[in-house]
Ligand binder design. Structure first.
Ligand SMILES: CC(C)(COP(=O)(O)OP(=O)(O)OC[C@H]1O[C@@H](n2cnc3c(N)ncnc32)[C@H](O)[C@@H]1OP(=O)(O)O)[C@@H](O)C(=O)NCCC(=O)NCCS
Length: 166
């Protein structure tokens, strides 16, 4: 486990909370760290401002170290989107914690299915998501994906979790 991950476990000073506008720069930088490496899709700051109410963040000693958004597509389907944990904090359970919070929010508002497009299949499998064909998710594919530069050659893997019966 990375040393920072060990120390945050022992200090346990982290807070999971809804994002505020002052977090936008930090969210942008965390996402950029991974989008520069081709692991996440890039999101401009303007997009993050517009979507700020979808985000939760993890703050550790006044620093934003992780973020995740819940995007709603239809009455049933939402997406776990823009999930990222700073690499030095990986492996300490923050990713799991933040996805569990997104799932709670999804349940609270009445979504029945949550999806993600990811390269981190093992992480999502451990959380109860199943790999599905992209065409099982037409709402996503024909809504958001059609505007993505990877649309014709997307190599991300679609995963889906049933939260409750439709
Ligand atoms: C995927 C990602 C969010 C995981 O975040 P994380 O905080 O490392 O996740 P967790 O610590 O909860 O779990 C990671 C692993 O550490 C292990 N772990 C969790 N808590 C642990 C602990 N206290 N001690 C030791 N290991 C632990 C988990 O078992 C898990 O193992 P896995 O590889 O089998 O899934 C993170 O690696 C990331 O930001 N990746 C880049 C962006 C990305 O791909 N996002 C997904 C797009 S949808």
């Amino acid at each position: 486990m990375p040393s920072a991950a060990k120390s945050i476990q022992s200090q346990d000073k982290r807070t999971l909370r809804p994002a505020v506008l002052d977090d936008v720069r930090s969210i942008y930088q965390i996402l950029k760290h991974y989008s520069d490496r081709g692991l996440l899709l890039p999101r401009p700051e303007s997009d993050i401002y517009q979507s700020i109410r979808e985000f939760v963040v993890v703050e550790n000693s006044d620093r934003i170290v992780a973020c995740c958004a819940l995007q709603i597509f239809t009455r049933q389907l939402g997406e776990v989107r823009s999930l990222a944990v700073m690499p030095e904090y990986a492996g300490a359970g923050i990713g799991t914690e933040i996805v569990e919070r997104i799932e709670q929010e999804a349940n609270t508002i009445g979504l029945t299915r949550l999806m993600a497009l990811t390269y981190e299949v093992k992480f999502f499998s451990r959380m109860g998501y199943k790999v599905v064909e992209m065409n099982v998710l037409p709402e996503k594919v024909w809504g958001a994906c059609i505007n993505c530069h990877k649309f014709r050659n997307c190599d991300e893997i679609a995963v889906l979790k049933l939260l409750s019966e439709d």
